[in-house]
Design a protein around this ligand. Structure first.
Ligand SMILES: [Zn+2]
Length: 205
């Protein structure tokens, strides 16, 4: 004892450990009580919710959207209209057809002639046409200024004004128009917002 008293450090350390352990236990006990206390309102709330309308409390529920509201819901994401290899991205790209760099307002996805092309989101067909650059093409509007364009088609399976659901077949891949003829059969796919082409990759699921 005298030896230990002559060297009080070990006792001080032991005392600190004991104090620390006691404080830790108290803190743990407080945390437990807090946790129990925080659980109680939740269980009461769950009980109230289950009893809700029976006790005359107003039921809180979002009203079901009307048909019109559901129809104009603008998609946040788009489906890939076709599965295949991405052969040209959006933006300034080298054109093997023209042998120069030029602005590419969509993405090109390689696929054999006849491959089904599917609508990227629900909407309505607003235009079908042909152009020197894009061959046979189709445009679908989805609401909120969002439109999608499908080009270098071999056939179109919908008429102007038709409603289409996401994933519906709207056409097939054809031979590319002269503007991208060096690339072989592929789908040229554009996403437009208020008529301005944006990078489709930002919209794809
Ligand atoms: Zn293209």
């Amino acid at each position: 004892m005298r030896k230990l008293c002559a060297h009080p450090l070990p006792w001080m350390l032991a005392g600190l450990l004991v104090v620390g352990a006691v404080l830790g236990a108290v803190a743990a006990a407080l945390r437990f009580r807090t946790a129990v206390a925080s659980m109680q309102p939740a269980s009461h709330a769950a009980q109230d919710a289950s009893e809700g309308p029976a006790q005359g409390q107003p039921a809180v529920a979002a009203p079901a959207p009307s048909v019109q509201e559901a129809e104009v819901e603008v998609p946040q994401r788009l489906l890939w209209p076709i599965s295949g290899r991405l052969i040209r991205a959006f933006g300034w790209q080298y054109s093997g057809t023209f042998r120069d760099w030029r602005w590419h307002p969509g993405v090109d996805i390689a696929a054999p002639v006849g491959t089904p092309v599917r609508c990227a989101a629900a909407g309505r067909t607003v235009a079908v046409g042909t152009s020197w650059e894009m061959g046979l093409w189709l445009k679908v509007e989805h609401g909120g200024g969002l439109e999608t364009v499908y080009a270098h088609l071999g056939s179109v399976r919908v008429g102007v004004g038709d409603r289409v659901a996401a994933g519906d077949q709207v056409g097939t891949v054809g031979e590319p128009g002269p503007g991208e003829c060096a690339d072989g059969p592929h789908l040229h796919f554009e996403v437009l917002i208020d008529g301005k082409a944006v990078d489709p990759m930002a919209w794809m699921e």
